[in-house]
Design a protein around this ligand. Structure first.
Ligand SMILES: *[C@@H]1O[C@H](CO)[C@@H](O)[C@H](O)[C@H]1NC(C)=O
Ligand SMILES: *[C@@H]1O[C@H](CO)[C@@H](O)[C@H](O)[C@H]1NC(C)=O
Length: 261
């Protein structure tokens, strides 16, 4: 049933973009914690289907709509709680929000946010930005995000798709916030307790990566795997804590090979 709804949604929205894979193990651990909390832990949970609407049609993160979305996520006004000026004892962090301010889901309010390593946030932002440019061609588009290597070290909330109550314990040094306060642990214990749009399963990709996707994703569906255009440059940026903007991303096709649970 979800597949039917999803297809109808894609057709209604315009461009049906192949879904995006975030490799949670690759300097995105804290980012995935925030996204997975928003996808599976918070109530109502947001799931992973998002509508890029160019910051409400403005094309600008700092437009009134963009700012309103960042504000309801708890990342504006500045200094926010993630900057040292805002009281964060840890330097080098900034505020990450889910759903993204570039998507219409942010207008629902109640987005979740977390203080994350700024360079991780830049990586996520660059991947999303390049995806919008290359895959959505800069136009409104609906897309799915998926979480690769969700059980990697440092990734805490992605397993919550099958055990929300057991996995959604908001005890990290930088807690997940919602509506101005740390978010609460959900009561539901089963996968079936999640909203239909948040129902997920573990899948194996042709590349060998395990990842979480909407539960009835058909075998052989194409997803896009962001891959650094220049691996040497990526390694150099990582080793030297240099500017993430030096890393360019290509979107390589990967196929769903099997459902694992
Ligand atoms: C997936 O694609 C392969 C290769 O084209 C094909 O043999 C297989 O039957 C497909 N599986 C499904 C479930 O569609
Ligand atoms: C990749 O990056 C390295 C390090 O910056 C650089 O020396 C090399 O020329 C780049 N390769 C390509 C194909 O651009």
């Amino acid at each position: 049933m979800f597949r039917g709804l999803l297809l109808a949604g894609l057709l209604g929205y315009g461009l049906a973009a192949p879904g995006m894979i975030f490799n949670c193990a690759d300097n995105l651990q804290d980012i995935c914690n925030n996204m997975c909390w928003g996808a599976y832990c918070t109530r109502p949970s947001f799931g992973v289907t998002l509508n890029y609407d160019r910051y409400g049609g403005t094309g600008n993160r700092n437009s009134d709509i963009g700012k309103a979305r960042q504000k309801s996520a708890g990342c504006l006004p500045r200094p926010n709680r993630c900057s040292t000026k805002g009281g964060n004892p840890r330097a080098g962090e900034n505020c990450d929000e889910y759903p993204f301010a570039s998507t219409s889901q942010a207008d629902q309010g109640g987005q979740v946010s977390k203080c994350v390593i700024s360079r991780h946030n830049s990586r996520q932002g660059n991947i999303i930005g390049e995806y919008y440019t290359n895959t959505c061609k800069g136009k409104d588009c609906q897309f799915i995000i998926t979480f690769g290597n969700p059980a990697a070290a440092g990734v805490q909330y992605c397993q919550a798709y099958s055990d929300p109550h057991g996995q959604c314990i908001n005890d990290q040094v930088a807690p997940i916030y919602k509506n101005g306060a740390p978010d609460v642990r959900p009561a539901g214990k089963k996968r079936s307790d999640l909203e239909p749009e948040a129902q997920a399963a573990m899948f194996l990709m042709a590349s060998g990566m395990e990842l979480l996707m909407p539960i009835d994703t058909p075998i052989n569906t194409t997803f896009f795997h962001p891959t650094a255009r220049n691996a040497t440059m990526k390694a150099w940026v990582e080793d030297n804590d240099d500017d993430e903007d030096l890393v360019e991303w290509d979107f390589v096709e990967d196929l769903v090979a099997a459902r694992l649970d």
